[in-house]
Ligand binder design. Structure first.
Ligand code: HEM
Length: 361
């Protein structure tokens, strides 16, 4: 290995000089943008460090998501099939991205040590800036595959119009890239379900109808339910069968194949050859869950910190944050399909399990 010309030090390697000199905020009262000011309150340091560390973690999440997307989506590659050895790599990137989100979520207990009244001592200095303008957070959303139509309108302007112009280019680039969702759906759609199990969707739906019929019988005999409640439940069972049908027999070819693969992989997940695909699918759902938990936990912290005041960025505050936590989904269709899963023993074995070499030693 080539020896370095100079001996690295901890501080130099990590560029701590740059990082640790960035906790004095710019003085926005001064004409010179390089002028900084003293902290207004001791706890302003916590506020700054929390946000700066969030941005560093977002950088890590983006790197992991990007690698996962590239390995599984192979954008630009002629052959889109994913080498088997890449699946565990994708799985570990998604695992880390989810755990990093979880780590960020846990940090909210730390910012809650700040008193809401101490926050008010410096809050006005921030207006109208806000976490809403975190372009890395938006990049995570876009790269994950949050659709533009699903976004809640933010004060009459699309979210990217709130970004400082100099940071919008990176976001625009992301908006034209393949998303993680697209990559995962295309990968799922390539699972040869029909080869291993011709007519899988129809067989599954028949078995699901039998299952729902049994559930109906159980509830019909439930002495704790009034007739009206029973009728409501029965209507839900019927609607669930219709939902499952629409999910598995979706009109769009890619979506239909991906949805069938999701249910197929989940049903036969114990077969050796489906263990890695199942591990990956679980990570995808875990990532989604942690993303939502981050939003929900942030909203609870904000509620404690500013009550029902509008946000510094001008949104409705907690109401806006709660709306995003409850409605933003990336793999919502797959999560919903968990309601249709049934035990593999309710289905016949795949007629051609040799095709997937399920029992390869
Ligand atoms: C005193 C602490 C905090 C308060 C009162 C607060 C409040 C808010 C509010 C009200 C919004 C909505 C936009 C607006 O009108 O400003 C927002 C957005 C956001 N905040 Fe915070 N926040 C705090 C700390 C944090 C921290 C520590 C993080 C990261 C670890 C964070 C990350 C974000 C992100 C990513 C958004 C955009 C969310 C979205 O649009 O879906 N915030 N914050």
């Amino acid at each position: 290995m080539k020896r370095p010309q100079r001996t690295p030090s901890y501080h130099e390697y990590l560029q701590l000089g740059k990082i640790l000199s960035a906790q004095r905020p710019p003085d926005f009262h001064a004409a010179d943008p390089t002028t900084t000011r003293d902290l207004i309150h001791h706890e302003e340091l916590l506020f700054i460090v929390m946000h700066q560390s969030m941005e560093l973690w977002l950088k890590m999440i983006l790197a992991d998501m990007e690698l996962a997307r590239d390995l599984i989506g192979r954008p630009g590659a002629e052959d889109s099939s994913v080498p088997e050895e890449d699946i565990p790599k994708v799985e570990s990137c998604l695992e880390r991205a989810a755990l990093t989100l979880e780590h960020m979520t846990r940090q909210f207990t730390l910012i809650e040590t700040m008193s809401p009244l101490n926050f008010l001592t410096f809050r006005d200095e921030l207006i109208p800036s806000s976490g809403f303008q975190s372009w890395q957070f938006r990049e995570v959303e876009v790269l994950a595959g949050l659709s533009e139509e699903e976004r809640i309108d933010f004060e009459g302007k699309p979210y990217y119009a709130h970004m400082p112009a100099e940071w919008r280019a990176g976001l625009d680039r992301r908006r034209n890239e393949m998303t993680l969702r697209e990559a995962v759906i295309a990968w799922l759609a390539r699972t040869p379900v029909d080869e291993a199990f011709p007519g899988f969707a129809e067989t599954f739906l028949d078995a699901y109808a039998v299952y729902l019929g049994e559930q109906r019988d159980y509830q019909a005999a439930n002495p704790n339910l009034a007739e009206k409640q029973k009728e409501e439940l029965f209507a839900r069972f019927e609607a669930s069968l219709e939902d499952a049908r629409q999910f598995l027999l979706a009109e769009d070819d890619l979506t239909r194949r991906a949805h069938q693969a999701f249910v197929f992989i989940a049903t036969y997940r114990d077969e050796p050859l489906l263990r890695w695909p199942w591990a990956l699918v679980k990570r995808v759902l875990e990532f989604e869950e942690h993303f939502r938990l981050f939003r929900f936990r942030h909203a609870r912290m904000v509620e404690r910190m500013i009550g029902l005041r509008p946000g510094s960025g001008g949104s409705a505050g907690v109401a806006y944050l709660d709306a995003t936590a409850s409605s933003y989904r990336i793999f919502g269709d797959l999560l919903k399909a968990v309601s249709y899963l049934i035990d593999a023993r309710r289905l016949p074995s795949p007629p051609h399990d040799e095709i997937l070499k399920f029992r390869r030693q």
